[in-house]
Design a protein around this ligand. Structure first.
Ligand code: SF4
Length: 315
C-alpha cells in the first residue's frame, strides 16, 4: 500500500492516513507490542439484569482468539507461547476484553488484574467495560497499576452518542453514562478508548458524523470502530432474518468510515477500523471477514480524496 500524496506531515504515528494503534505503539516503544485477549468470565450486568445487547454473542463480545473457560494464567501462558519469538523484542498488553471487566467487587477485580500482570514482559493493562460500571474506587484501583513506559487503558462500549440508538441496541445505559465515565477516567489520568458502531439502523449520516465530532471534543485517546454485523444466536440475528435490519455494503462502509475518521482529532489512536468475527458465527455482512481488503480500500479511498484523519478538525 502506498502513502498518499505528501500528507505525511499530517500523520502523527502511522504511515497510514489514520493513527493506527499498532503503529503508535511501535513508534513510541521501538518494538513489537501485542495485546493478549483475556476472558475473566466476569459476566455482564446487562445480560444478568436484562436481555443483553442485541448484537452480543455468547462469548460476551470477546475476540475470536478468546477460548473456553480456562484460568487467566493459562490464557496468558498459551497466548505468550504462541506469540513469543526469541529473535525479536516483543512486549504485551494484558487485554481484558470479554464481558464487563469492572463488574464485581474490588478485591476480585484486583486479583484478576494482578494475575495477568504477574507475567514477564507485560507492559500494559487494557480493560474493556461498560460506561455504567466505572466509579472513583475502580478508577483508583486501575490507576495504581500505572508506571513509566506502561500502557494503561480503559475501553468503554459507548457505541453511539445518540440515546435512541442505545435503546435500539438494548445497551441499558445512556450517553450521559459514557460522559460521566470519561470524566472520571480522565481525572485519574488513565487513557480512554471508545467503541463505536457505524450503521445502526435509524442513524443518519449526520448522526454518525455528530458522534465523531463529539468524540473529538472529549478527552478521549482512542476509538475502536465497528460496522454493525450480525452474529448467530443473537437477538439481532432474529431481527435480521425477519428483514428488519438493513446492513451497510462494503462500499458504503468504506466511504462512511473515511467520513467519520476525517472528523476525528489527529491524536486519537484508532484501534480497529471494522468489526471482527469468527467465520462460523458471522451471519452478515460476510465482507467483514476480509480485514486486509477493508484496510486497503480505506487507505485507497483516503488517497483518492486526498484527505486523512482530522482533515475536518480545527487544529
Ligand atoms: S455490554 Fe458487552 S457483554 Fe454486556 S451484553 Fe452488551 S456487548 Fe454483551
Amino acid at each position: 500500500m502506498s502513502l498518499p500524496i505528501n500528507h505525511s506531515e499530517s500523520y502523527i504515528f502511522s504511515n497510514k492516513p489514520y493513527n493506527f494503534f499498532g503503529d503508535y505503539l511501535r513508534e513510541k516503544y521501538g518494538f513489537r507490542v501485542f495485546k493478549l485477549p483475556i476472558n475473566a468470565f466476569l459476566g455482564c450486568p446487562n445480560r444478568i439484569e436484562g436481555s443483553g445487547c442485541i448484537f452480543c454473542s455468547d462469548s460476551g463480545s470477546a475476540s475470536p482468539s478468546v477460548g473456553s473457560h480456562i484460568t487467566i494464567s493459562d490464557q496468558m501462558r498459551s497466548a505468550l507461547n504462541a506469540l513469543r519469538r526469541s529473535d525479536v523484542q516483543t512486549r504485551y498488553i494484558a487485554y481484558f476484553q470479554a464481558y464487563t471487566n469492572t463488574y464485581g467487587d474490588l478485591a476480585n477485580l484486583k486479583s484478576i488484574y494482578d494475575e495477568a500482570l504477574a507475567f514477564d514482559d507485560i507492559m500494559g493493562l487494557m480493560i474493556g467495560t461498560r460506561p455504567d460500571t466505572i466509579n472513583d474506587q475502580i478508577a483508583s484501583l486501575i490507576k495504581n497499576y500505572d508506571r513509566s513506559n506502561f500502557e494503561l487503558w480503559i475501553e468503554l462500549g459507548m457505541q453511539s452518542i445518540h440515546n435512541p440508538s442505545l435503546d435500539y441496541l438494548r445497551r441499558g445505559h445512556s450517553f450521559e453514562d459514557t460522559r460521566k465515565s470519561i470524566d472520571i477516567i480522565s481525572r485519574y489520568d488513565i487513557q480512554v478508548s471508545l467503541h463505536v458502531i457505524l450503521g445502526i439502523p435509524g442513524e443518519s449520516w449526520d448522526d454518525m458524523m455528530k458522534t465523531a465530532e463529539t468524540i473529538s471534543s472529549m478527552p478521549v485517546n482512542g476509538v475502536k470502530i465497528h460496522h454493525l454485523h450480525v452474529l448467530r444466536n443473537t437477538p439481532l440475528n432474529t431481527m435480521y432474518e425477519r428483514g428488519e435490519v438493513p446492513l451497510l455494503s462494503f462500499k458504503s462502509y468504506v466511504s462512511l468510515l473515511c467520513d467519520f475518521v476525517e472528523r476525528l482529532r489527529k491524536d486519537i489512536t484508532i484501534h480497529r477500523i471494522a468489526g471482527d468475527a469468527l467465520e462460523d458465527i458471522l451471519v452478515a455482512p460476510r465482507w467483514g471477514l476480509e480485514k486486509g481488503t477493508v484496510q486497503k480500500a480505506v487507505i485507497d479511498e483516503f488517497n483518492r480524496r486526498g484527505t486523512w484523519q482530522g482533515f475536518f478538525c480545527e487544529d
